[in-house]
Design a protein around this ligand. Structure first.
Ligand code: PAN
Ligand code: ZN
Length: 193
């Protein structure tokens, strides 16, 4: 790829789209099979309409130290059983690469997990920065009734490790509990499906 020249990127808050975007990723429920706790509810929803859960609009840069990827994510509202719609989640392939999320619209949480499986969460809403420290797996959850839109900036050489999450999951999930979003620890057996 040729060198990136200085440029402006524009976020359309209404649609959540980044312009220009050179990569657009669309994830449907069927792309996330096995990630939600309630397998029966997941299968029923996929059968019914296999909705889009989220889209990512990214401006690509060379995958090199010193570069920064910029992207927006539009995460739809919804639930699979008691569990809010969420992103797949990942570690960065180069584990010690951090990331910044900036909330633009809607409300949600970022679930963060250390490599030894300890989970916590931080808020995401308009005007709020969620800092993902080095070496943490991260997944975003939409706990609101509208779309959750946020901007992300992360190092060009970070890469993504989805396999570790597909294999072992997160050790906690955000569920609606008595009407409120609650971070619920999972049994180890479930987390290591
Ligand atoms: C984000 C995520 C985006 C989608 O830009 O990639 O929100 O989530 P998944 O990648 O887990 O499907 C980011 O953290 N980039 O590194
Ligand atoms: Zn990331």
């Amino acid at each position: 790829m040729s060198a990136i020249q200085p440029l402006n990127l524009v976020v359309d808050i209404a649609s959540g789209r980044l312009e220009p975007a050179t990569t657009v990723v669309t994830r449907r429920l069927s792309d996330m099979r096995g990630m939600y706790a309630d397998a029966a509810a997941e299968a029923a929803l996929i059968e019914r309409d296999d909705s889009v859960v989220y889209e990512v609009f990214q401006y690509d840069v060379p995958e090199e130290t010193g570069q920064l990827f910029v992207c927006t994510t539009v995460l739809e509202p919804g639930r699979v059983g008691d569990e809010y719609f969420m992103t797949k989640g990942h570690y960065h392939r180069v584990r010690d690469r951090a990331e910044v999320y900036y909330g633009l619209r809607g409300e949600g949480q970022v679930v963060l997990m250390t490599e030894d499986g300890r989970c916590s969460s931080v808020e995401l809403r308009p005007g709020v920065v969620a800092y993902v420290p080095p070496c943490y797996a991260h997944r975003t959850v939409n706990t609101g009734s509208g779309e959750l839109v946020f901007l992300a900036v992360y190092p060009g050489d970070a890469g993504h490790d989805y396999e570790s999450i597909e294999r072992s999951g997160f050790s906690a999930r955000v569920l609606e509990y008595n009407g409120s979003p609650t971070l619920v620890e999972q049994e180890p057996s479930e987390g290591s499906r």
